[in-house]
Write a protein that binds this ligand. Structure first.
Ligand SMILES: Cc1cc2nc3c(=O)[nH]c(=O)nc-3n(C[C@H](O)[C@H](O)[C@H](O)COP(=O)(O)OP(=O)(O)OC[C@H]3O[C@@H](n4cnc5c(N)ncnc54)[C@H](O)[C@@H]3O)c2cc1C
Length: 410
């Protein structure tokens, strides 16, 4: 039976980084993943990337170098290479039930940057290969249990089941972690619910707004009481990732997008659209696991998180987990150190209100009805009108009134 110092289960952004750092530190590590191609993103991911501000205990800054970017994690103290440039985005939009439109623009610094999740993974996978990490791909981990040699991992590959052993294990198997469930980590966890998303990446859209993300509400636009987010895609200036925020079953999510692009009030944006890629994900929302280790197992990144750590956070978790593991293998209390770091960084660990805050932007439609949202937009427009009226002299006032009269006559 093959034996390793550390087995890393799940090789997304967290697992790839953890395995790479462990290998570089001379640890006999194995990475396992059910996917065949570790250089490609399969789960929906929009491409938001937040820099130049404190977030989740980290301050990330970008350093463009020619056509590539160095991404510096200032607090954790490491840098990764990204083989491209990130795109700064300065605008965000909301479209109401009756197609009223609110735009917010940040002139000082970008609201966020866009990155390409597949490029991120292929860069991390390339780094792992360069370091010499061995991987078992197309391999499903069925069960993990403590054994006499540390951990026993039952896997299924090509239809046959076998067992591997390791001194220690990193579980970075994502939001619906089978290992967290297996080992009983979820028993004392508050479960808040599940939603699903279907994402169509589309090119050649005719969107009349400044390039930015667009939140769309209302059944005139999307056919159901739910929401759609459109995020610009780096594929082209006319490309967007269009994704739903919808209840399960997943079939509802597809109905929403199909309605929006064919029958909704915004269908004209999609007349010439080509669908480039379709992905989807189930998103379970649960309180974070505050003590993410038990016995020889360390749960890392989304596997222990509230909703998501994002690519940027997952990579940082992988880096910190590898450091903790090296300490643990040397007989030091590495897991306790990781736990202290975990609890003092991610916002929803340091302040429970952040869990609710995270969902407010996307679930506003379940609290405020489409008509109420329209009313809020109207109020905004009305306030602007009253401001103009307050300072208008007689000439301006006469022209404003006559323009308004013409508009009302139409
Ligand atoms: C709709 C949506 C939009 C998002 N948008 C963004 C965004 O804009 N920006 C951003 O940074 N992040 C975004 N994210 C979040 C981001 O995808 C995650 O936070 C990040 O991928 C977490 O990384 P991870 O390594 O912890 O887990 P994952 O990326 O989920 O990786 C887990 C890995 O484990 C493997 N695995 C799981 N179970 C098993 C098993 N039993 N056996 C073997 N292998 C297994 C999977 O194949 C996968 O490769 C989005 C997520 C969703 C769902």
């Amino acid at each position: 039976m093959a034996h390793y110092d550390v087995i890393v289960v799940g090789c997304g952004p967290a697992g790839l980084k953890a395995a790479t750092e462990l290998k570089k530190a001379g640890v006999n590590v194995l990475g396992i993943d059910k996917q065949t191609d570790l250089a490609k993103n399969f789960r929906s991911a929009s491409g938001y990337f937040i820099t130049d501000q404190e977030m989740n205990g980290e301050y990330i800054s970008l350093e463009p170098v020619g056509k590539n970017t160095k991404i510096h994690y200032r607090n954790c103290g490491f840098t990764i290479d990204y083989s491209g440039l990130l795109e700064p985005i300065h605008h965000t939009h909301i479209v109401s039930h009756s197609q009223m439109h609110l735009q917010i623009t940040s002139t000082q610094k970008p609201l966020f940057n866009l990155f390409n999740p597949t490029k991120w993974l292929s860069d991390r996978y390339g780094e792992a290969q360069k370091a010499g990490v061995p991987f078992l791909t197309n391999t499903l981990v069925l069960k993990v249990k403590e054994g006499p040699q540390g951990v026993e991992v039952t896997i299924r590959k090509d239809g046959s089941t076998s067992t591997l052993t390791g001194n220690k294990l990193i579980a970075s198997d994502g939001l619906q972690s089978r290992i967290a469930q297996n080992l009983g980590f979820n028993r004392s966890r508050a479960m808040f619910g599940k939603g699903c998303t279907v994402e169509y990446e589309m090119d050649n859209l005719d969107v009349p707004y400044d390039r930015g993300d667009i939140f769309i509400f209302g059944d005139k636009n999307i056919g159901l009481s739910a929401a759609v987010i459109m995020i610009p895609s780096m594929r082209s200036k006319k490309a967007y990732r269009v994704e739903t925020l919808s209840p399960i079953p997943a079939e509802m999510a597809t109905r929403i997008i199909e309605f929006m692009i064919h029958d909704g009030a915004l269908a004209k944006w999609f007349r010439n659209a080509q669908i480039v890629e379709k992905t989807g994900a189930i998103v379970g929302i649960a309180a974070p696991i505050k003590v993410p280790h038990r016995g020889n197992v360390l749960l890392v990144s989304d596997a222990a998180a509230f909703a998501e750590t994002l690519y940027q956070g997952a990579t940082m978790c992988g880096y910190m987990a590898a450091k903790a593991m090296v300490d643990e293998l040397a007989g030091k209390d590495g897991f306790a150190g990781y736990t202290r770091w975990w609890n003092s960084t991610f916002e929803w660990n340091t302040n429970p209100l952040r869990m609710a805050d995270y969902t407010k932007r996307s679930l506003i439609f379940r609290f405020i009805t489409p008509d109420e949202l329209d009313l809020l937009f109207d109020l905004g427009a009305l306030i602007e009108k009253l401001k103009i009226m307050r300072t208008a002299d007689m000439g301006t006032w006469a022209s404003l009134v006559s323009k308004a009269k013409e508009k009302m006559a139409k």
